[in-house]
Design a protein around this ligand. Structure first.
Ligand SMILES: [Zn+2]
Ligand SMILES: [Zn+2]
Length: 651
């Protein structure tokens, strides 16, 4: 990969191009800079294409052109390199006012000064280290660059972008400044651990880097903080560091090494200690590589070359304390950002919540919704999201669900486990109603197992969006290992998106009233916590649901006004009514009759008054007198239980 540095004419042209929003012609580019790279030789507009590509990465900052990711750093002009170098390299000695005695700064100081103003990343059209080194070599002071190269963002920043932009069919014929910036960023990990030696040098001669003809101060890649801790506080220390610096640490390297240190206080004798150096790195450390999962799918690597490190030296001699070296600088990523978090492990608390929700029988989608509404809860809000993820992907939830099912096969009907989960959810303030399974209790209300889950956020949403709106009750069966039904109610928010406002799980033993009782108790618990009511509740055509909710609402003072029910009126969803007809009746009839019956039923449904409905219905029965299937089916809808819930007249 070759890199481009603008010459003056090309940069001026780019500035105009950015300002006016127009692109120059092939000839104009060529005139400005004959060495301007060509996107592809096959095209006559190869330069313009490359121009647009480069332009898309640039912005116009005040009066100069900059790379869009670092808008405060000027893109240098090739011709200016010498001037830029001299301006940063030569300073006037403040003690002698004469200009003649200018001081040559060390290469490090010079580089630092340049990179504070100019773009010094070649991948971002900055100046190259080679040109810098050339300037340095030709300077009268000949400070020279030591074996250690100037460490800038060059080595790591943008390396990821690089991977992105190199595609197989792209021809990049530009022969520009060569650069070794693709070198392995972990190379310098092999440094020796002469920590105290380094510190001694800087202590003896703090100005080592600024004075002339001195060996530049040897420092490691980045500044570090050093501390000495006792062995038993290591775990806590790592924990504290992780929290303070929002970092998820992973062990990168463990190796035997020697470190020199002073033996004890007051005794300045230095000894070399043999021990183990354990290097922890930020989870975004390393060289970005694309992992190939299969021939087609590619997963983006989490590595962005972050240089955050914690190095722990454990001397073999057990009487010696631990040395901790902290390199506290994240780079190329923002700890806690969304982009960052998808590479983090899930926090144990969140995983436990998910396991609990799935464990009591909720589906992956329901669990996902539940976790979403728990994000603001105390237990999740306090999680450091630079270290942990607080959500699970659908794939992870499915995996978790699968694991739970597998383990369930061993102890079927493990009610004890369910209690433990319910207990934990209650401790988290999520479970608002819980009743143990007690099938032999004298009081029928105390027999079924009932669990109602609602987060504080869900309660607030229910409170806010229920007035003048409608709840839709949704039930799922048999998706969990117990085969317990899960009921939930959904209320539309201001954007008409359905928000689940609670989950209700109950036992449904056959030939008992468990389910009806459970749903009733659950609804009562939910309504009790609210001061607003929906106008209507839409349910499935299920007698259990109907009777349960009817009874729950019967004694609810907020649903009634002067003996008339004004809120929480039960309705059947027209969509589901039609679906029921289509699925249960129509297949039994032949083509034309099915179509006719369907039309007549829809007509009946839309009758605005009971008078017109009755007239229409009488006609309907007369017409299909001889088709028993139709009349019999119709009786199922035309009964007191249901008719007011699906005919418009009853709404
Ligand atoms: Zn010099
Ligand atoms: Zn980092």
């Amino acid at each position: 990969m070759k890199f481009y540095t603008f010459n003056g004419a090309a940069l001026a042209l780019m500035e105009r191009s950015l300002r006016d929003g127009t692109d120059p012609s092939e000839t104009e580019i060529c005139e400005a800079d004959p060495t301007f790279p060509i996107k592809t030789k096959r095209s006559k507009t190869g330069r313009v294409q490359k121009w647009r590509e480069i332009k898309s990465k640039l912005v116009l900052s005040e009066d100069f052109v900059a790379q869009c990711e670092e808008p405060s750093h000027r893109i240098p002009r090739r011709e200016d390199l010498e001037r830029i170098f001299r301006e940063s390299h030569l300073t006037t000695d403040p003690e002698s006012a004469s200009v003649a005695f200018s001081i040559h700064r060390s290469w490090r100081e010079t580089w630092k000064s340049i990179s504070s103003v100019y773009q010094t990343n070649v991948k971002k059209f900055g100046l190259t280290r080679e040109s810098f080194q050339h300037q340095l070599d030709t300077c009268s002071c000949k400070v020279g660059v030591t074996a250690e190269e100037p460490q800038t963002s060059q080595t790591t920043t943008g390396a990821n972008n690089n991977v992105e932009t190199v595609s197989d069919d792209e021809q990049d014929d530009f022969e520009g400044f060569p650069d070794q910036s693709d070198s392995n960023s972990e190379d310098s990990e092999a440094e020796t651990y002469d920590l105290f030696e380094e510190m001694d040098i800087s202590a003896r001669d703090p100005d080592a880097g600024i004075q002339i003809n001195k060996r530049p101060r040897a420092v490691t890649r980045h500044d570090y903080q050093n501390s000495i801790i006792s062995r038993d506080t290591l775990e806590q220390h790592i924990e504290n560091l992780s929290d303070t610096h929002n970092v998820h640490l992973k062990v990168m390297k463990v190796e035997k090494t020697t470190v020199s240190m002073t033996t004890s206080i007051g005794d300045n004798k230095e000894v070399s200690l043999l021990g183990t150096m354990k290097t922890f790195a930020c989870h975004r450390a390393g060289i970005p590589r694309r992992k190939r999962l299969s021939k087609r799918r590619r997963k983006k690597s989490s590595a962005v070359g972050c240089s955050f490190r914690v190095k722990i030296f454990t001397p073999d001699e057990e009487s010696q304390p631990l040395q901790v070296r902290l390199f506290p600088h994240h780079c190329n990523h923002t700890p806690g950002s969304e982009e960052d978090s998808c590479y983090l492990p899930v926090h144990e608390t969140v995983k436990q919540m998910a396991t609990d929700c799935l464990g009591v029988g909720m589906t992956a989608q329901q669990t996902s919704n539940m976790l979403q509404s728990m994000q603001q809860s105390v237990s999740i809000v306090n999680i450091n999201n630079g270290r942990w993820r607080t959500t699970l992907t659908r794939k992870e939830l499915s995996q978790l669900q699968y694991e739970i099912r597998c383990s369930k096969r061993v102890h079927q009907d493990d009610w004890v486990g369910t209690y433990a989960k319910a207990q934990r959810l209650r401790d988290q303030g999520v479970c608002i109603f819980f009743q143990e399974y007690d099938p032999d209790n004298e009081d029928p209300d105390k027999r079924p197992f009932v669990l109602v889950l609602q987060t504080e956020w869900q309660r607030q949403m229910a409170e806010r969006f229920s007035p003048n709106s409608v709840w839709t009750v949704d039930s799922t069966f048999g998706l969990n290992s117990y085969g317990l039904p899960v009921f939930s109610a959904v209320v539309p928010n201001q954007n008409r998106q359905g928000l689940p406002i609670f989950y209700l799980i109950t036992s449904n033993d056959v030939k008992t009233n468990h389910e009806e009782t459970g749903v009733r108790l659950g609804f009562e618990a939910v309504l009790q916590r609210m001061t607003t009511r929906p106008n209507a509740i839409i349910i499935d055509k299920s007698l259990t649901e109907k009777r349960a909710i009817e009874r729950a609402v019967q004694n609810d003072p907020l649903s009634w006004e002067d003996g008339t029910q004004t809120k929480c009126r039960l309705l059947l969803c027209w969509f589901h009514v039609k679906k029921a007809w289509t699925e249960n009746l129509l297949p039994k009839l032949d083509g034309q009759m099915a179509a006719d019956v369907y039309d007549r039923l829809c007509e009946l449904m839309l009758q605005p008054t009971w008078q017109s409905f009755d007239d229409n219905l009488a006609q309907f029965y007369a017409e299909y007198e001889n088709v028993q299937q139709v009349t019999k089916y119709m009786r199922g809808w035309d009964c007191d239980e249901w008719r007011s819930m699906w005919v418009r007249a009853g709404r």
